[in-house]
Each structure stands twice: as C-alpha cells, then as structure tokens.
Design a protein around this ligand. Structure first.
Ligand SMILES: Cc1cc2nc3c(=O)[nH]c(=O)nc-3n(C[C@H](O)[C@H](O)[C@H](O)COP(=O)(O)OP(=O)(O)OC[C@H]3O[C@@H](n4cnc5c(N)ncnc54)[C@H](O)[C@@H]3O)c2cc1C
Length: 579
C-alpha cells in the first residue's frame, strides 16, 4: 500500500463525535469565543449520525413547580442502584432545565406544548413525576436538525465521514488525534490544545443492539490505548423491546417503552403472559432490566418465538389511540411487514447503552491531561442503570460543560509538538490489513464477536460464561491481527469494519472482565451465580490500562447526597437544596 498521504490541521479544540454531547460542546465554546478554532469530527454525516438523532422518548428535566430537583435526583440514583457518582448525577439534574431552555431559545428547537403554552412533559419508567420533554416521538430529530443548522450557520469547521483513529500524545499529554477521511482514504492529524471524546459508546458489539451502527466504541478504545481510566464498564443496559426482523439491519431497533406504559402485554412463544411469573405486581411496567431479563430467560428456556424472541401485543388497546399516539412506531413496523395496531409483533432484548465509560470530573476532565469526555463516552452519571430520558439530558448537559471548560482551558498555551514518528507508526499499524490479499474475513469475526457477547456477556451472566468469553475474546483478538482488507484506503468497508472490530474488542474485553469481577447482581448487571445485590459491592470498579493489559481496583461509592436503604441512612433532602 505504501505510505498514505497525511494532511495536518491546527485547532484550539478537537471534538470527536457530533451527537448531542459533541455539538453542545462546539456551541458553548463558540459562544464563549468566536475566535476559537474548533474542529468537529464526525464519522457519519452532520446531524444524521449517532444516537441523539434516534431519541424517540425524550429528555428528562424538572420544569413543573410541583416537581423538584431532589425528586429527579433521587429517581436517578435509585434507578442507578446507588452506584452513580452522585455529584455527576446531581449536575445533570440541576442543569438539564437550563439546557432545555437553551435548546429552544438559542438553538431553535420547539418541543410539544400544553394548551397553556408550557412545555408538555410525559411519564417515563422509573420517574416519580412526569418530566420527559419531547417532540412527539421524534425528539432526537428536532434536537439534531437544529443543532446542525446552528453549526452550519456559525461556520464551525466540521470534518464529515471522518473517523478518529487514535489520540496523539506529546510530553505526557493528549495533543490531538490521527483521523481517517473514510471517503478519500486520506489521513489527517489534528494538533489541538484540548480534545473531547464524544463518540458515544459501543453497545453495538452484541448480536441484537439498538444504537446507530457507526458507533463502535472508537472513543473508548482510543482512550484505553492512550491510558485513560474507566469506571464500571460492566454496566451495559439492554432495552427490552428491540424489533426482530431476521438478518436485517433493522433488528434491534426499538419499540419504545411508551407502549408498555400504555398497557402493552408481553407473551412467550406458547402464548403465556410470562411477566405474571416474574413480576406479578408490576407486570409489563417493570423496569427495563427486569423485563429484559425475564424475556431472555423465557427465550433461553426454549419458550421463545420461532425467531428467538417474545411477542409484544397492543391489539387489545383502542386501535385509533395506538395509531395516533405511536404513529412513528406503527409506521416503522408497517415498513417491515408487521401490524402493530392489530397484531402481536416479535421483539427481543436489545443492547442499548453503556453506563460505564471514561472517568470524568464535573468539568469533563479525564485522567489524561488535555483529554475531556462527555455523553455516553463518559462514565459514572447513571450508575448501574440509566433511566429512559436521562441519556440525552446527560449528553446535552455535559457537552455544554465540556465546551465551557475546554474554552477556558485553551487560552495562553502553546500548541503541542506532534511527533512524526508517532504518526508514521500509527498509520503503519492501522493500514496493515490493506496490504494483505488473504487472511481473516472481518465480517465473520464481527459476527463471532457479536455472538460471544450476546451469549456469554449478555442480559444474564455467570462466572463460567464470563471466563469462557474472556478466552474467546483473546482468540478473536489474535485472529483480528490477520484480517485482510485489500482494495485501497478510500471507501473500503472491510477496512473500516476492521478498524471498528479492533475497537469493539477492546470494549468487549473491558466489559467482560469487569463483569467477571462484580460478583453480585445490581441494576443492568445480572449474575445467575450471584443473583442478589450485595451491600459490600457498593463499590465502583475502576479499570486502568497498563501496557495493553487491564488493572482493576475498587473504590467505595461516595454517598455525597443520599445513601442506599441497605446501609440504613435516609435521604438528606435538606442537603440537596443547598447545592
Ligand atoms: C434507538 C434509541 C433511542 C433512544 N431514546 C432515548 C430517549 O428517548 N431518551 C434519552 O434520554 N436517551 C435515549 N437514547 C440514548 C441517547 O441517544 C444517548 O444517551 C445520547 O444520545 C448519546 O449522546 P452522545 O452525544 O454521547 O452520542 P451520539 O449521539 O451517539 O453521538 C456519537 C457521535 O460520535 C460519532 N462517532 C463515532 N465514532 C467516531 C469516531 N471514531 N470519530 C468521529 N466521530 C465518531 C458518531 O458518528 C456520532 O456523531 C436512545 C438511544 C437509542 C439508540
């Protein structure tokens, strides 16, 4: 292949990812100083990629005087099974209302209204008050289209269809990143004072998953290779109702939980309403983890449907109500030949969201100098389980905070020096598959990874399976070094999938190994061999890379605002009000 040409760019701020987190960071930094040279890098198209665009349900925040920040916070921490970093969670709750107003007034979003003109808020699971702001069931499109327009109008530089390959380091700090223009195959180095990871996690490493496909844990893997610290990587959420559409890419796409809220029922392949056995009180309104686990156990016990799922059924509800209230989902089902209004539709748990991620502080600083993280790449906000509606609030709040703190950070500094040798070595490493004419088939390896994760590190885990998974992941890692992806660097899907696979394997190993350590069940992490939560495990698992290996240590959760009932301390509601 020879050496690929490399272009060079200088910037004050480099933002990797253009979902809610990345774009809010750009907006905030730009509003602080229009002189800042901001470069946003997006693997897909601006406004069209990532999961923020896919947000159907909405954005949680306290707007109604009868609601309170304390209630939202308590719901969030209870939902997170008390594993959350409470200061990170409190900050989302506190700043989410200001950001929703900013999205309307500065960015131009318009959310659904009540007849009196106030913003309409709907119920979502795990909430003690109806606080989900939305635009029908297309909230993400409203947010992302308006953010895209802002970025274009303000002429902020965006490199589209360009992916971050690796972070660059200089004198012990992060100095920018090496990028690949996916279309042209050209490499680009960006030298920057501050770099933000906002590439949105990688729950796509499961056979059935809901996030947008270009998300392949790139930011997490780049951070790992650069030596950043991670927290609670075992915590990965499964949404209970992903569509099953055979081998189609649509498999895993969500039927959102408003359906269950409205009275949807779940049946196994034998027609039994199985939630009567698992959670007779709450039935289908149980939380995501409980439903996902129950469905998975039914499927594994051989009581699933022909395609290995369960059925969701709303046919007993008023047909007109379903057709008008859930128009988006009804239409999506129709596109795949299913009649959601009149018939049962096959669904399965679907890997959805990573609660674990890069350790960050309130200003989005990571453990590495000049590296920041926000949104799904950051860990700690949601503890062991994320409430629906809190994900996009997290990305918007911490995206904004990252923009503020990075803009404050860059002033008066010299741009770092980038080593040509480092760039050449990284380029050589990543382009190896282009030079091979025969070797491992990346798509086959990807399928194997997705299956290992689904079967051994999935909804229901146990020590034996997690051990087997670690061995199988090691074998896949070794085989991945022999991938052949000939055909040139420009628009080469096999090569890009190879780059994805290397990153997903890093992510998979972090998740599997952390899951093996947590010998209890908590939130989204369920261990068949340790089925109960263990108060002794009110600890966060920290992972630090050490020469390519993983080192772990535990730290007790700091209950800075509320404590869990099992250690017998009540909520300090009065403390909350002072922060
Ligand atoms: C189907 C679905 C529905 C959801 N519904 C809700 C909901 O109703 N409410 C809620 O709160 N949350 C919801 N979520 C979760 C929510 O979408 C996420 O919490 C949030 O949007 C994540 O924002 P982000 O900015 O971190 O990442 P994303 O919005 O996912 O953006 C990631 C960005 O990084 C880019 N990228 C990836 N890799 C690279 C790379 N190597 N280089 C450069 N760019 C890269 C991507 O192209 C994308 O632009 C939903 C998720 C899904 C999948």
């Amino acid at each position: 292949m020879g050496e690929l040409p490399v272009e060079h760019l200088d910037a004050d701020m480099l933002i990797l990812g253009a979902g809610g987190a990345g774009l809010l960071a750009a907006v905030h930094a730009h509003e602080i100083s229009r002189k800042l040279r901001i470069v946003v890098v997006v693997k897909g198209l601006l406004g069209q990629s990532g999961c923020t665009r896919m947000v159907q349900g909405g954005y949680n925040c306290v707007l109604n005087p009868s609601d309170s920040l304390e209630r939202h916070f308590t719901d969030t921490v209870k939902g997170g099974a008390y594993l959350n970093n409470q200061e990170l969670a409190w900050t989302v709750v506190k700043e989410a209302p200001e950001r929703i107003i900013e999205l309307e007034n500065r960015i131009g979003c318009m959310f659904d209204r009540n007849p009196d003109g106030t913003i309409h808020q709907k119920p979502f699971a795990g909430q003690s008050f109806d606080r989900t702001v939305h635009k029908g069931d297309l909230t993400g499109i409203e947010i992302m289209s308006n953010l895209r327009d802002y970025i274009i109008e303000e002429d902020i530089r965006v490199l589209q269809e360009t992916r971050g390959l690796d972070l660059l380091t200089s004198d012990g700090r992060i100095a920018g990143a090496l990028l690949l223009n996916i279309r042209t195959g050209r490499l680009i180095t960006v030298r920057a004072h501050a770099t933000l990871l906002a590439s949105g996690g990688g729950a796509t490493m499961y056979r059935i998953s809901s996030p947008s496909l270009e998300k392949s844990a790139d930011g997490l893997a780049m951070a790992f290779r650069a030596g950043a610290r991670f927290v609670d990587m075992e915590m990965l959420q499964f949404h209970p109702t992903g569509l099953l559409v055979g081998k189609s890419m649509a498999t895993g796409g969500l039927l959102e939980e408003g359906l269950r809220g409205a009275g949807a029922r779940l049946f196994n392949g034998r027609g039994e309403r199985y939630m009567e056995r698992y959670d007779p009180q709450t039935l289908e309104r149980a939380t995501r983890d409980v439903i996902s686990r129950s469905s998975y156990l039914e499927i594994m016990a051989g009581r699933g449907t022909a395609s290995g799922g369960v059925y969701i059924d709303v046919s007993h509800l008023d047909h007109n109500f379903v057709a008008t209230t859930f128009r988006g989902m009804v239409e999506r089902c129709r596109d795949y030949g299913f009649d959601l209004v009149h018939d049962r539709v096959e669904v399965s748990p679907s890997a959805h969201y990573q609660m674990g991620g890069v350790t960050m502080d309130l200003d989005c600083r990571t453990s590495l100098e000049c590296l920041f993280a926000a949104g799904e790449d950051g860990g700690g906000v949601h503890g062991a389980n994320r409430l629906g509606g809190n994900g996009v609030a997290d990305s918007i709040v911490y995206g904004a905070r990252a923009g503020d703190s990075m803009a404050g950070f860059v002033g008066g500094r010299e741009l770092p020096r980038i080593s040509e040798t480092q760039v050449r070595e990284l380029a050589a490493k990543w382009t190896v598959p282009l030079d091979r004419t025969s070797g491992e088939n990346v798509f086959r390896l990807r399928e194997e990874l997705d299956n290992v994760m689904w079967e051994k590190v999935g909804v229901v885990r146990n020590g034996r399976d997690l051990e087997t998974a670690a061995e199988q992941l090691q074998i896949l890692k070794d085989r991945a070094h022999d991938i052949a992806a000939p055909g040139g660097a420009a628009s080469n899907p096999a090569w890009n999938e190879a780059l994805n696979l290397h990153n997903l394997l890093v992510n998979a190993e972090m998740v599997a190994r952390s899951a093996a350590l947590r010998t209890e069940s908590r939130g989204a992490h369920y261990r068949q061999d340790h089925p109960a939560p263990d108060p002794a495990w009110l600890r966060n698992i920290h992972l630090t890379p050490a020469c390519g290996e993983m080192k772990f240590h535990y730290e007790p959760v700091r209950f800075t605002r509320i404590s869990p009932p099992e250690i017998g301390v009540i909520t300090h509601a009065s403390d909350l009000r002072h922060h």
